[in-house]
Each structure stands twice: as structure tokens, then as C-alpha cells.
Design a protein around this ligand. Sequence first.
Ligand code: NAP
Length: 262
Amino acid sequence: MRLQQKIALITGGARGIGFAIAQRLAAEGAILVIADINEQGAREAAAALGPEKGLGVAVNVADGSSVDAMVKTIVDRYGRIDILVNNAGIGGNTPFLDITPEEWNRTISINLTGAFLVAQACARVMAKQGSGKIINIASLSGQRGGHGRGAYGAAKAGLELLTKVMAVELSEFGINVNNIAPGAIETEMAKFAHDRPTRAAYNYLIPMTRYGTPEEIADAAVFLSSEESKYIQGHTLNVDGGFRAAGLMFRGSKALGQADQL
Ligand code: NAP
């Protein structure tokens, strides 16, 4: 119970990685606010945590007035925000030559501007408290040039840099700010964005030869939410089965067999 009675906000928590993080933080004693554009989904996710364990609220992270209303609801009810997991996001898999300005703006507005709006609104509350933990969910796609990841990757790379600036400026208020960069994680978003050849390529190129699970991201989020990570600041923790670390590999017949399917 490392997070006993901590008030934790998770955006995009109705499903996928966000919901898995909510479950793990709740298991450590935190009280969860699950905020999602899918209000019904947020309420059901909060109810699934158990009685008095969570609150489901609606938010569109790309809309500043919606973000302000969400933060007011939390502060009115609980008086504080101890942990923010900035997780809401949309996928994207469009080749550079085909990205429309509309798709570009939508992706940046949710995945980068949305994360900024939520982080700023929460950090203002945390600064008054003199403490807080902010975890931004970035992506391996913000570190490597994946095909089709022009808008998505640019937004996530921007989020990594924003995290460093926030860490520098918010240290004096006792706020830790870090990233988790997931690799390929088995969620609805991955099902939408990864076709069969993409999945085969990931399974070949990831040293651990498999997709990660939302629960494995949640384990990292618990650590970065806890006192055990208090001297970790402005860091990006990759949870990617070794994908970032890997160079050209020569492996056994099983992996090469998978490569044959490409
Ligand atoms: P997911 O299953 O699609 O869940 C994302 C949640 O965010 C959904 O409930 C979605 O609602 C909500 N959402 C979308 N737009 C929103 C908005 N404007 N305001 C508030 N909520 C919004 O995605 P996931 O795979 O769990 O991904 C979670 C995070 O991890 C994202 O930031 C993603 O970029 C990142 N990530 C995922 C992977 C992966 O392989 N899955 C890898 C790297 C990084 P709706 O369903 O109603 O749209």
C-alpha cells in the first residue's frame, strides 16, 4: 500500500493502459479519478475499482475549459491532486505524404496540447501543495522514426521535451515529472494501428520477442508515483522489451522464422 489515500488522476483511463494503471494505483491504496472523453466508460471503469475507490469524470483533454472543469471537480471534492498520469491519446498511422492538416492538428491537439493543458492545470494545484507526481505517457514512436508516425511521433517527441522543461521548472515546488515511453503494448490502440506485417516486425525486432501488456506499463507507473522514485526527475523510462536498446541482431531459428512471415 505505497500510495495510501493519494489522490490520483488518470486521463484516458476508461480502458487500455490507463485503466490498467488505475487498477494498480488503486491496489496500492490510491483514490482514483478516471477522466475520459468516454464519460460512460470512465464511470464504469471507476465503479469497477470498487466502492469508494474511484470517481469517473468526463474530459476532452484538448479543450482547456473542459480540463479546468475537471480539475475544479477534483479539487472541490478531494482538495488536492497528488498524482497525475497524463495518458489520454489517439493513435495514428498515416504516411507523411498523406497526412492532412486536419489529422496533424487533431493528433497534436490531443497528444501534445492536451497533455500540456492537463499538466499545467494540475501542476498549479500541486505547486500550492508543495508536492506532486506527474507521469506523462510518451511513446517509443517519439524516439524512433516509425513509418506512418509523422504526427503521432512528433507529438510524443514534443511531450518528452516538455517533460524535461517541466521537471526543471517544477522541482522547486516538490513536483516530480517523468515520462514512461511504452513500446508495442497490446491494447485497442495497437489493434487499430498495427497491421499483420507490423506485428510480425515488432515480434522479430523486440529482443523479448513479444508485445508488452498494459499491466507492465502500470508497474512502472506505480514506481514513478511512489516515494521510491523521488530523486528521479525529467527521466524517460522506456518499457519496451528492449526495443530501444537493440541494434542489428542475429538470433535463433524461432526469431528468424518469424521474420520469414514479414
Ligand atoms: P486506448 O486503448 O485507445 O485508450 C485511450 C483512451 O483515451 C480511450 O479511452 C480514449 O477514449 C481516451 N481519449 C481519446 N481522446 C481523448 C481526449 N481528447 N480526451 C480524453 N480522453 C481521450 O489507448 P492505449 O493503447 O491504452 O494508449 C494509452 C496511451 O499510451 C496513449 O497516450 C498512447 O499514445 C500511449 N501509447 C500506447 C502504445 C500502445 O502500443 N498501445 C504505445 C506507446 C504509447 P475513446 O476510446 O472514447 O476514444
